[in-house]
Design a protein around this ligand. Structure first.
Ligand SMILES: *C/C=C(C)/C=C/C=C(C)/C=C/C1=C(C)CCCC1(C)C
Length: 244
């Protein structure tokens, strides 16, 4: 009977022992819950913080929608949904760059800072996609270029203009900026590990035993929800003081 039903059903069954599929499932649910949380909290903040919270919710919501699709893709084909993974990232990572700009606006951040971060992030992702999907034989080289763009982002926020603005803003903005910087340096470093686990190269012996999708799914949940919560916390503190 079960087989009869599943042969006609529109969705493929996710095997409960399939831990990769499970990580897609859990990550998607966590991201959906976070979106509901951010959207419903919108009313409790002063106007100037609402855009930041809205963007936090959009980041997790865009990811959740992609995760539901990627979960089914995995269940159906037992293959990495590489294309949709990168579509998700190319929408959400620039939005994370926008978050830096939004919180630093109080110190006079210019749009050029935002566009610079977005440009670096797009270079990082496009070259990563080429290495993973198009030119896998040279994955190490594309990964290296991608890594340089990643470090350009790290430099900009840790030591560059963004850091200077955060220092000028001081207080809760500076603290939030610091935590976001750690997310980018440590949390985002999860991704190159996933990349090395899933592409051919000299590093295969080191990371080859790990599963690319599990690592990416973990990274997304930690970073997207974590980023949102840092912004949420900042908005709470700033709204209650009515200054900053
Ligand atoms: C929500 C999604 C996020 C925060 C995705 C971040 C992705 C990265 C930081 C990816 C970085 C990569 C490298 C630094 C080198 C290898 C290729 C990538 C694209 C995996």
């Amino acid at each position: 009977m079960m087989n009869f039903i599943s042969s006609f059903s529109l969705i493929t069954q996710l095997d409960p022992t399939d831990y990769v599929g499970f990580s897609f499932f859990v990550s998607g649910m966590a991201m959906l819950a976070a979106s509901v949380f951010f959207f419903l909290s919108l009313g409790s903040f002063e106007k100037k913080w609402r855009t930041s919270i809205l963007v936090s919710g959009l980041i997790t919501f865009i990811a959740a929608v992609h995760y539901f699709y990627m979960r089914d893709y995995w269940a159906e084909y037992a293959d990495s949904p590489t294309f949709f993974r990168y579509v998700d990232w190319v929408l959400t990572v620039p939005l994370m760059c926008v978050e830096f700009y939004l919180i630093l606006k109080v110190a006079g951040a210019k749009k050029s800072l935002m566009w610079r971060l977005i440009l670096f992030s797009v270079v990082m992702l496009v070259t990563g996609y080429v290495g993973e999907a198009i030119n896998r034989d040279n994955a190490w080289l594309w990964g290296l270029i991608s890594g340089i763009a990643y470090f350009a982002i790290v430099y900009e926020i840790w030591l560059g203009q963004a850091k200077k603005l955060a220092r000028e803003a001081g207080g809760a903005v500076l603290s939030a900026h610091k935590v976001l910087c750690w997310f980018v340096l440590v949390g985002w470093a999860i991704y190159p590990v996933g990349y090395m686990a899933g592409t051919p190269g000299w590093y295969e012996g080191i990371f080859g035993g790990l599963n690319l999708d599990v690592i990416y799914n973990l990274g997304d949940a930690v970073n997207k929800i974590g980023f949102g919560l840092v912004i949420y916390n900042l908005a709470i503190i700033a709204s209650s003081k009515e200054v900053v």
